[in-house]
Design a protein around this ligand. Structure first.
Ligand code: ADP
Length: 367
């Protein structure tokens, strides 16, 4: 008796503490329940068919006996009744299965959903906690650098420390941004002056481009306002232009220009003549933390820049096309809706998705 009791307590504790075990139990119980409902409903409906068949036949015989007329028409009528009752049974079984399937999926995905939220909170709090000590570390290194001899090995070490701290801070900032971005309700949309926004972004990256020996050109044409979130759009252009500079060798060029302005959207193209992206890597570049081996040599990135771009494009119901050839360069084409109705229209068109036109020949839709 005792082992059974202990087993019961163990299972109860497991149910209470292990979210995957409790989900499994819930799904099994729910399946038994749905099976019972289906059996009860099917038996009920079959009984109903049996009832209408029997009463129909009985009525037919009674009529035939009392009138002496051969029952041909009533048979056809009865057959029709039985057939429609059968259809009703099939439809009911399909509807019940769909309904229970939907609820089962909901039960199965609930812990996963909770887990993602907890994970995001966890990442956000760690990133927050780490930002302050990193800032202190950077200041201490910079202060220490003032007291050491120019071009000495200690100065070199301190400079490397600052670079590493900057890189870590960038990773943390990107993590925080990536975590926040899908909170759609907290992001406001308005008319955005795209031309000024691109100019501001370029001015922020000008020094970086100069340092890397890359020419940054904005082939300006008057751009209309778009409908979006200014901070998000600036981040989007910042990430793509920064990548273009990062992955272009000294003496290379990055060009930003508008390629199409339609009634509904504005398309901006950012092209570079940098190292390019291998064809087999293209479908993965928007995945979080995905970096290509040869990029590592040029820039100590985080692998989050394009994942953030992907989320911002999704929020704007926009489109992004990437074309690239190794050794020749890369071209990112971004389309942003001009009006709020266009956002809705685009969303319907692309189902809140992003179109990748990776190789001109192939088109992959991702939602
Ligand atoms: P990060 O630049 O921090 O590594 P991203 O998510 O911004 O991360 O980019 C993912 C990868 O895509 C990069 O590591 C790089 O290999 C590749 N990539 C992005 N933009 C370009 C570009 N303009 N030219 C070549 N490779 C690029």
């Amino acid at each position: 008796m005792r082992p059974w009791r202990e087993l019961g307590i163990d299972l109860y504790l497991k149910y209470k503490t292990d979210v995957f075990f409790s989900t499994r139990v819930k799904i099994i119980l729910f399946h038994i329940f749905s099976l019972a409902v289906t059996v009860v409903v099917t038996i009920g409906l079959l009984k109903y068919i049996q009832h209408i068949t029997l009463t129909g036949v009985l009525e037919m015989f009674n009529t035939a006996l009392s009138t002496g007329v051969k029952p041909v028409d009533p048979f056809i009528e009865l057959n029709e009744d039985v057939e429609s009752a059968q259809y009703f049974v099939y439809c009911s079984i399909v509807a019940i299965s769909l309904f229970f399937g939907f609820i089962t999926t909901h039960i199965a995905l609930k812990p996963l959903h909770k887990l993602v939220i907890t994970q995001k909170r966890f990442i956000a709090s760690i990133a927050h906690e780490l930002r302050t000590p990193l800032a202190i570390l950077k200041t201490q290194n910079e202060v220490a650098r003032l007291d050491v001899e120019e071009n000495s090995p200690i100065q070199e070490t301190l400079d490397q420390n600052v670079e590493e701290v900057d890189h870590l801070t960038e990773i943390l900032n990107n993590l925080l941004l990536f975590n926040r971005i899908d909170n759609f309700e907290s992001i406001s949309f308005d008319s955005v002056d795209l031309e000024t926004l691109i100019e501001v972004t370029i001015s922020k990256l000008k020094m970086f481009a100069d340092k890397k020996g890359v020419t940054l050109t904005f082939e300006k044409t008057p751009l209309p306002y778009v409908y979006g979130n200014a901070t998000g759009l600036e981040q989007l252009f910042f990430n793509i232009i920064k990548n273009a500079i990062n992955y272009t060798l000294r003496g290379g060029k990055v060009i930003i220009k508008s390629t199409a302005i339609t009634e509904h959207e504005v398309t901006v193209c950012i092209s570079d003549n940098g190292i390019g992206i291998p064809k087999n890597e293209l479908p993965h570049i928007f995945e979080p933390f995905y970096r290509i081996d040869n990029a590592q040599k040029l820039s100590p990135g985080t692998g989050l820049g394009l994942a953030i771009v992907f989320e911002i494009i999704k929020l704007h119901s926009g489109k992004i096309n990437v074309k690239s050839a190794v050794g020749t360069g890369t071209e990112f084409e971004i389309s942003i809706p001009r009006h709020s109705q266009d956002m809705i229209k685009n969303r319907r068109l692309h189902e809140v998705g992003v179109i990748y036109d990776f190789s001109q020949k192939k088109e992959i839709k991702k939602t």
